[in-house]
Design a protein around this ligand. Structure first.
Ligand code: NAP
Length: 498
């Protein structure tokens, strides 16, 4: 679909009374509606509880206008929402859902286009997909697309089972696996920075880059998600998807064109080149952590193993740091360090590309030697880019001093920067799957992560909890870089506006 063409579709949201639907999906659809990006559409919300259409419309209104604002645009938007109470495990209820879908399809002239958004627990994904097919909901004249939330399986085996189930009803190019990091402005910007600037691409290799550091830290703890998190941990929750996706965008070769297939196949090649880490190497390349109690923003917070629904003896990691090696011509010898965790000192997602030192530091006999050049990509909460250079110190000296060139996305776009979910929904409506993960990426990244989790799950980490809340993780995460002669660039000192 051309960029300026407006999509038409029936959107079915499974799990329409849940948190994701209310916090992200309804507001994102409303943004698209307000920006006049949508043509004809209608929405069916599906969940078990019994609600009238009116009650459902009210809940949509609350989510898009929390302070009770009302105007004709809100009214027009919510008039397109319908509710169908339905237990997705109940085979008898799908035909009634199909009747409603057909009615809306002809009433709103939706051209037989359908989007099925599964905003609910992953154990239902397979059943839903199978029913959509057996009960005729996927027999449509237009397009049919399945949007599915993470986690996509629990490991490679379960991901394969799930994939087989959904493939009975949808082909690979009809499946949109959400990784909401891929909807973030600055994650998408990685490709533009690399492939639209002649000053970076020639340097983007092991001759000029010494290491790359990707940090995604949260200050939140596990909150009320203890039951889920106990089975997941940071490795499955963050590394398998978001962290490895960012690494693949940083490391991929330039695609021959910007089509979905070309970009995805370059990303897949990165995953294929990722060095397998297994057995006794796991604890050499990876560090796990679990938060203890501590103080965050002046408030005392409990340890992970004291949180609700968490086993006091829990062996689950809330922090992971790792060293990834990409064994190809471009990256041989360049470590990609990743770290992610909960209850850390700051909430921040940043990429630091550290360039190699210049061959001869002419300035080291002056006042202070030069600092390495860094390219920092700020993903969230700040969005932007900073380039760290060295310049001459003012005055009667030949000494050098670090300077920064910064570009902050906020200042330019302000409130118009669309949220990740808004972009991803729009991409899906237009049939652009570039920013969704392909099965090959999912399979390869699970294969990589499974080798690590199989070691960690079979070895109880006696040092847990091993970092205090409000810090940047366990000491061992620092040592991981120190062994190689590097250190984590402190994210709190890398802010754009300084
Ligand atoms: P949630 O708040 O627990 O919502 C679950 C929804 O599923 C509710 O609408 C619930 O409604 C419905 N449901 C449960 N069992 C059902 C059944 N048998 N038949 C029909 N409907 C059923 O969950 P969530 O936080 O929105 O998360 C949904 C999915 O998105 C999960 O896979 C999660 O991992 C993923 N996700 C969420 C977020 C987020 O920010 N929340 C972020 C990333 C990924 P009833 O109880 O009325 O049936």
């Amino acid at each position: 679909m051309a960029h300026n063409e407006k999509p038409t579709a029936l959107i079915m949201i499974f799990g329409a009374t849940g948190d994701l639907a209310k916090r992200k999906l309804f507001p994102s659809l409303y943004q698209l509606f307000q920006k006049d990006r949508l043509d004809r559409f209608a929405v069916i919300g599906v969940a078990r509880r019994s609600l009238t259409n009116e009650e459902f419309k009210d809940s949509v209104k609350k989510s898009i206008a929390p302070n009770g604002e009302t105007d004709s645009s809100i009214e027009e938007f919510v008039s397109k929402f319908y509710y169908h109470s339905h237990d997705v495990t109940d085979s008898n209820s799908y035909s009634a859902l199909n009747e409603l879908a057909k009615e809306l399809d002809s009433g709103y002239k939706l051209d037989g286009n359908r989007i099925f958004y599964l905003a609910m627990a992953p154990e239902f994904f397979g059943t839903i997909a199978e029913h959509l097919k057996s009960d005729g909901l996927t027999d449509v004249g237009g397009f049919k697309r399945l949007v599915i939330e993470k986690p996509f399986g629990h490991d490679l085996e379960s991901a394969k089972v799930l994939n087989r189930q959904i493939r009975t009803a949808f082909s690979e190019n009809e499946i949109y696996r959400i990784d909401h990091y891929l909807g973030k402005e600055m994650v998408q910007n990685i490709e533009v920075i690399r492939f639209a600037n002649s000053i970076f691409e020639p340097l983007w290799n092991n001759r000029f880059i010494s290491n790359i550091q990707v940090t995604s830290s949260e200050t939140l703890g596990v909150e009320e998600r203890g039951r889920y998190y106990e089975k997941s941990g940071a490795l499955r929750d963050m590394v398998q998807n978001h962290m490895l996706q960012m690494v693949s965008l940083l490391a991929m070769e330039p695609p021959i064109s910007l089509t979905t297939d070309e970009i995805r196949s370059e990303k897949v090649r990165v995953f294929r080149a990722l060095r397998t880490i297994k057995g006794s190497e796991v604890n050499e390349y990876f560090v796990r952590g679990q938060y203890g109690s501590g103080t965050l923003n002046g408030k005392d917070v409990p340890a992970y193993n004291q949180e609700e629904m968490v086993n006091p003896e829990s062996n689950t990691e809330t922090f992971v740091a790792g060293k990834l090696m990409i064994d190809n011509f471009r990256w041989a010898g360049v470590p990609f360090y990743i770290r992610t965790g909960k209850r850390m000192e700051t909430k921040s997602t940043k990429i630091v590309v550290q360039f190699k030192d210049i061959p001869m530091d002419l300035y080291n006999k002056q006042e202070g030697s030069v600092s390495p050049n860094l390219l920092v990509i700020h993903i969230q909460p700040d969005e932007g880019i900073t380039l760290h250079l060295n310049a001459k110190k003012n005055g009667q000296t030949f000494g050098s001093t670090p300077v920064k060139l910064s570009y902050a996305n906020k200042g330019i776009d302000g409130l118009n920067t669309p949220e990740a979910y808004e972009k991803l929904l729009y991409d899906c409506l237009r049939g652009d799957a570039t920013n969704f993960t392909h099965w090959d990426e999912v399979a390869l990244s699970w294969g990589f992560v499974d080798n690590i989790s199989s070691v960690w799950e079979n070895e109880k980490e006696e040092s847990f909890p091993n970092y205090n809340s409000g810090t940047m993780g366990p000491r061992k995460a620092e040592e991981l870089l120190e062994k190689d002669g590097f250190f984590w660039w402190p994210v709190e000192n890398l802010d754009i506006q300084e």
